[in-house]
Every structure is written in C-alpha cells, then in structure tokens.
Design a protein around this ligand. Structure first.
Ligand SMILES: Cc1cc2nc3c(=O)[nH]c(=O)nc-3n(C[C@H](O)[C@H](O)[C@H](O)COP(=O)(O)OP(=O)(O)OC[C@H]3O[C@@H](n4cnc5c(N)ncnc54)[C@H](O)[C@@H]3O)c2cc1C
Length: 383
C-alpha cells in the first residue's frame, strides 16, 4: 500500500541544489549592495531569467520550464534564503503576472506576452492596491471607461512591487460603478509603453530595500480592448484567484528568510564564546535553536502541501493562507531570535541577521495581512 511520502524527489533535490548554488554565488553580492543602496539592480531580472527562474510553471511552448508549483516553492525558498528582494521579484513574476495571464489569457495574449516574461526580457508587476483600498481591495476607485475598441484608465495604484522597472502590469480597475464592488472590476494587461501610464513616487522602506515599490499613475491610460484579461467586470475573481497562488510564493519566501535566520544563529552560536565556552552550550540558546528549527520545518511542510495541491489543480485557498500565515510569523520569530542570539552584533549592520529582521516584516503584510489570512482561514473552517 502506498503510504504518505515526505521525501523530496531527485528532481526536487536537484532544483534545491542548483538554486542554492545560484543564489549563493550570483545573488549574495547583489543582496548586500541593493539593500545598502536601497534600489533594485536590473541584473537580478537577467540572472533570474538566464537561469530559468522566471517561468517555472509555464509550458515550454511559451518559453517556460514547466517544473510545477513544488519546484517553484523550493527554488523560491533558496533564492529568498539569500536575497528576499530578488525573491519577491521572482515570486511576483511567476505567481502574480505569468500565473493569471497563463490561466485567464487568450491564446493570443499568452503567445504575445508569456515568452517575453519567461525569458525575463520583460519584467512584470501586479497592480491591485490603491491609496484608499488595501485589505478591502474591492473598494478601489481607479476607473476604466469603455470606449469600444479601447478603455481609458484613470487612477493611482499604490505599493507596486517591481513597478519601477516593469514593462507590463496585470492591473485591476473599476469598470462599472453601479455594480456591487466585487462585480464591477476588470483585469487588464497594461504595457508600460501605453500612452498615459506613468511611474509615481518610490517608497522608502524598512526592509526589502532591493525591491522598488512605487505608485503607478494612470493618467488617461489607453488600453486596447484586446488587453482585457478574462471578461469585463469579472476581474475581481482573477485578482483573488491569483492571490491564492501568490500566497504560496510568499510562504516560500518566508520559509527562506526563516531558514537563513536559523542558519546564521547556529553558525554564530557555535563561534561566539562567552563565560569561556561557545554560547551554543547554554541551554537557553539551545531552546531558541530548537524552537526555530521546529517552526521552520512546520512552515516548510505547510508550504509544500499548499504547493502540492496547487500543482494538482486542487482547491488550495485555505491551505495557501495557512502556509502564508504560519510561515510569515515563523520568519519574524526566527529573525527576531537570530538577532537575540547575535546580541549587540545582531543589531548592527555587520551580520546579515539585521537585514533578515527587516525583510521578514513585510511577509506578514503583503498579499493579505495576517489578519486577512485569519479571516480567509476562519471563513473556510466555519462554513
Ligand atoms: C513593500 C510592499 C509591497 C507591496 N506590493 C504590492 C504589489 O505588488 N501589488 C499590490 O497590489 N499591492 C502591494 N502591496 C500592498 C499590500 O498588499 C497592502 O499593503 C496590504 O494588502 C494591506 O493593505 P493596507 O496597507 O492598505 O492596510 P489596511 O488594509 O488599511 O490595513 C490596516 C490594518 O487593518 C487590518 N485590517 C484591515 N481589514 C481588516 C479586517 N476586516 N479585519 C481585521 N483587521 C483588518 C490590517 O490587517 C492591518 O493590520 C505592497 C505593500 C508593501 C508595503
């Protein structure tokens, strides 16, 4: 009788090993530089594209590697273990941009856009949030007026990851003010080059400083009708479905940051001597390591399970929210404990744990705050 198997396949192990080597050799120097300079280095897009990390769930005919959601989660974990800014870039491109175009796009849209995204010639961004609408995304006020063969969009999209360098936006706007909020929103594929699309202010952030977060301004942006993604006024479903998938990516990001914090704490605890012996000999430090290691493992299992369901095209909304909630809290717990294990050296810039601590914080906020994840989970459990 076939039992439950918690081991990774040879392919999974190979993906992990190659992603780890890639991240440590190619991304590590950029991670420190981007964090210090507080700006994205476009070489990251090129590197991720050249190594095949920008189209992991897309079929070969559209330039992807078709490796599936579990391999994507493993690769994301490894990239984020080294650089969370590169990690969010990769997660957004795979989950929030390729994902909805692949699932809801017409054959023409897929043929036109996916090859450019999967080979990283183009960078993508996902534009849902607005100044007045965050958790309550359906309350957005940007508006797309129907002019027959094209729409004219006006409004501001806020906090857009990768927005500064993106060539393409999967973007949501209200198109019917009389309908119930969630029934009057349309998804568009908006090219940066379309007239009336502008980049606004760039945010100064606590962490994830190597990822640019900007406003995207729609100033009479002209979007051809053929760039409607899915059906007119049915875009909110696409937004929510995309977030279910994207949350698996953020869960993997959080597992990666948590593992980095654990690895750093172990290394430091074995090297640092106080009272004549390594601090790893002290039981209170050992407890911290044990708690961190256990939570990382639990977060990883929840993440792989959600990824597994996604790969099998089974419902995974609740599981993705559970993974995202638990993994993001784990990343923050581990980063906090890792700083503690480093003592004063954890609070200054000399060791990477200070960056992990700042980077971990966002995982509890974007793609749905922890409060919103608890709402999604409790609704599914109580229904
Ligand atoms: C660095 C960064 C990158 C981002 N990238 C993107 C991106 O690429 N694309 C994009 O569209 N958006 C992006 N966002 C936006 C992000 O998704 C939102 O910030 C997030 O969804 C929360 O919205 P808000 O900031 O408006 O907070 P609010 O929704 O105003 O929430 C404020 C507080 O109230 C709580 N709250 C709200 N409603 C409820 C409720 N019903 N029950 C209990 N508590 C509640 C929240 O949990 C939170 O604690 C990004 C944000 C940041 C900071």
């Amino acid at each position: 009788m076939a039992g439950m198997d918690f081991t990774l396949t040879e392919e999974n192990e190979m993906i992990r090993a190659t992603a780890r080597q890639f991240a440590e050799e190619e991304l590590a120097p950029l991670a420190v530089k981007m964090d210090r300079e507080e700006k994205y280095d476009p070489r990251v897009t090129r590197l991720l594209g050249d190594h095949g990390y920008m189209g992991m769930e897309i079929a070969e005919e559209h330039g992807g590697s078709n490796l599936g959601a579990v391999n994507l989660a493993i690769a994301l974990e490894e990239v984020n273990r080294v650089c969370a800014s590169s990690g969010v870039t990769m997660s957004v491109q795979n989950g929030l941009v390729n994902g909805p175009i692949n699932k809801f796009g017409t054959p023409e849209q897929k043929a036109k856009y996916l090859p450019r995204l999967t080979n990283a010639e183009w960078m993508g961004a996902y534009c849902l949030s607005e100044p007045v609408s965050g958790s309550d995304a359906a309350a957005m006020v940007s508006f797309g007026e129907d002019h027959g063969d094209h729409f004219v969009l006006n409004g501001t999209k806020r906090f857009i990851t990768s927005g500064l360098h993106a060539d393409l936006y999967v973007l949501f706007s209200r198109t019917d003010r009389s309908a119930k909020p969630s029934r009057g929103i349309t998804a568009f594929i908006v090219e940066r080059a379309f007239p009336g699309v502008k980049v606004g202010k760039k945010e100064k952030k606590t962490g994830l400083r190597g990822s640019d977060t900007v406003d995207i301004i729609l100033d009479g942006a002209r979007v051809p009708r053929e760039n409607v993604l899915g059906e007119v006024n049915n875009g909110f479903k696409i937004a929510m479905d995309t977030l279910d998938a994207g949350r698996v990516g953020i869960a993997a990001q959080a597992v990666g940051i948590a593992q980095a914090a654990l690895d750093a704490a172990v290394k430091y605890a074995q090297a640092r001597q106080q009272f004549g012996e390594p601090i790893a000999n002290f039981q209170m430090i050992q407890w911290k390591i044990a708690d961190m290691a256990t939570r990382v493992e639990a977060a990883r299992l929840l993440t792989y399970r959600a990824a597994c369901l996604k790969e099998k095209r089974l419902p995974h909304g609740k599981e993705a929210s559970m993974a995202k909630l638990f993994a993001s809290e784990t990343a923050n717990f581990c980063a906090d404990e890792a700083v503690q294990v480093h003592g004063g050296y954890g609070y200054v810039g000399e060791f990477p744990v200070e960056r992990y601590f700042r980077d971990a914080r966002i995982t509890e906020i974007y793609e749905g705050t922890s409060e919103i994840q608890r709402l999604v989970i409790s609704r599914a459990v109580l229904k």
